[in-house]
Write a protein that binds this ligand. Structure first.
Ligand code: PMT
Length: 426
């Protein structure tokens, strides 16, 4: 690739033992033909030397805000403009706090404030620091402002403790960076279908974030028993949820499908757990969510169930009878509340005000994404085709009417991209 076409990554290293992984990250990025420059905080230089990073990046390393030699070469403002993307790895609790509050008292924080390039962070710190309410609030503030946090992962830490706080591995971060540019390229190429050269670049850099991930999906209707032979239910056929299960499986995920009563065959390679009522689905979902990475709620769960179930078939006697209903638990809300680090996708089935109601559900149920479909009038329920609006905190996308199998593939691609970019908040 010519120098002019190379993507430019500015890697900023803050103080933390995980800095040793950043050396490997820089090596990988150079190998993938990225143009890499490195800036390091004073604390970072205690963990790894600028000389190492210079040798790996092939460029002088920037360490000081007011360094006359550096300013004579590429000054900090020029560096801020140069970058196509900034990745801070490791990102300490301290630098997260500074960025959240707009403090610019060293080279990295000043660069970030002065740059329009997308900013990505790979947090790394002791697990208690990561769980501290101040760090949690800073992480949320940064995510709200469009700064993307990757990780941290859970596991054994350098301090000897175990928990969430490990920086993602160099290979994972390199993958995220490649994917980021692949997505940008794809978006830029939408209007330019003839650009074969870029298409092949995309193919080269795309990888699959769902590989070996645990995806939990609910599908179909629930049945709320009135007596031993009658129930309340809805028209959901399960087609949408089953198609999503197949699409997730095809992307390499391990899929568990909690299914209400449907007339569909279990997709090959997918674990199907059959349930009847909302209560059963609720219990199974909470249990399975413990080991899931992604939860997709496609099921049309009955919002209400009869307050009492008759033990015998209700006899036809009175002219009118009244059925008392009581609210069922909200499975999706409970899962997203109990497992805040899970990537949660809801569906919204609406007969009116599609976007408004879907946005309300996205917020109220604390979801990462919601798929809104118009229903009724031969739409959505029990149809072979569907049309949806996908909404997340900072984006929205319309997918036109098409077969549920094709739609499911598109939805899973978007879930997979958003999942790869979402911060893990524990
Ligand atoms: O099964 P098909 O025939 O293929 O039809 C597909 C579909 C129309 C059922 C599907 O695309 C769809 O929209 N599913 C969600 C239906 C629904 O119940 O939507 P809702 O807007 O009422 O609920 C919002 C979300 O909360 C949904 O993700 C739902 O699964 C979840 N929920 C709702 C109530 C409840 N008690 N627990 C829940 O988890």
């Amino acid at each position: 690739m010519s120098e002019a076409n190379k993507k430019r990554i500015l890697i900023a290293i803050s103080g933390g033992i995980a800095a040793y992984k950043t050396a490997e990250l820089v090596r990988k990025l150079k190998k993938d033909d990225f143009e890499v420059r490195v800036c390091m905080s004073r604390a970072a230089c205690e963990f790894i030397t600028p000389l190492t990073m210079q040798a790996l990046s092939g460029n002088p390393v920037h360490t000081d805000l007011l360094d006359p030699t550096a300013e004579a070469g590429m000054g900090h403002i020029e560096l801020a403009r140069w970058a196509d993307m900034i990745m801070i790895a490791p990102a300490s609790a301290n630098i997260m706090a500074k960025l959240a509050h707009g403090i610019a008292d060293d080279l990295t924080t000043t660069l970030c404030l002065a740059s329009e390039a997308p900013l990505h962070l790979a947090p790394a710190m002791n697990r208690i620091m990561w769980q501290n309410p101040a760090t949690r609030a800073n992480a949320e503030l940064l995510a709200e402002r469009g700064i993307t946090l990757h990780g941290p992962a859970s596991g054994e830490q350098a301090c000897g403790e175990s928990g969430a706080g490990r920086m993602l591995e160099a290979a994972e971060l390199a993958d995220i960076i490649r994917r980021q540019f692949a997505t940008n390229n794809r978006n830029n190429n939408n209007d330019d279908d003839d650009d074969d050269e870029n298409d092949s670049d995309d193919d080269k850099v795309l990888s699959n974030p769902l590989e070996n991930k645990q995806v939990l999906i609910t599908a179909g209707p629930t049945r709320e028993a009135i007596d031993p032979v009658r129930f309340i239910s809805n028209r959901s056929s399960g087609k949408m949820g089953y198609a999503l299960a197949e699409a997730a499986r095809d992307l390499g995920a391990h899929v568990t499908l909690i299914s209400g009563p449907v007339a569909l065959e279990a997709p090959q390679g997918v674990t199907v757990l059959a349930v009847e009522s909302a209560q059963e689905m609720h219990q199974k979902a909470l249990q399975q969510a413990q080991s899931a990475d992604i939860f997709i709620a496609t099921a049309a769960v009955s919002d209400y169930a009869p307050k009492q179930q008759a033990t015998q078939k209700i006899k036809k006697q009175a002219q009118e009878i009244t059925l008392e209903l009581t609210q069922n638990p909200d499975i999706l809300s409970d899962v997203s509340r109990q497992y805040p680090s899970l990537f949660t996708v809801g569906f919204a089935a609406e007969t009116e005000k599609l976007i408004k109601h879907a946005e309300d559900k996205l917020k109220r149920k604390k979801l990462d994404m919601i798929v809104a479909n118009p229903v009724g009038d031969n739409q959505g329920f029990d149809q072979d085709t569907n049309q949806v609006e996908i909404i997340w905190d900072q984006g929205q996308l319309s997918l036109p009417e098409q077969a549920k199998s094709a739609l499911a593939k598109e939805i899973m691609q978007i879930v997979s991209q958003r999942f790869a970019n979402h911060p893990i908040l524990v």
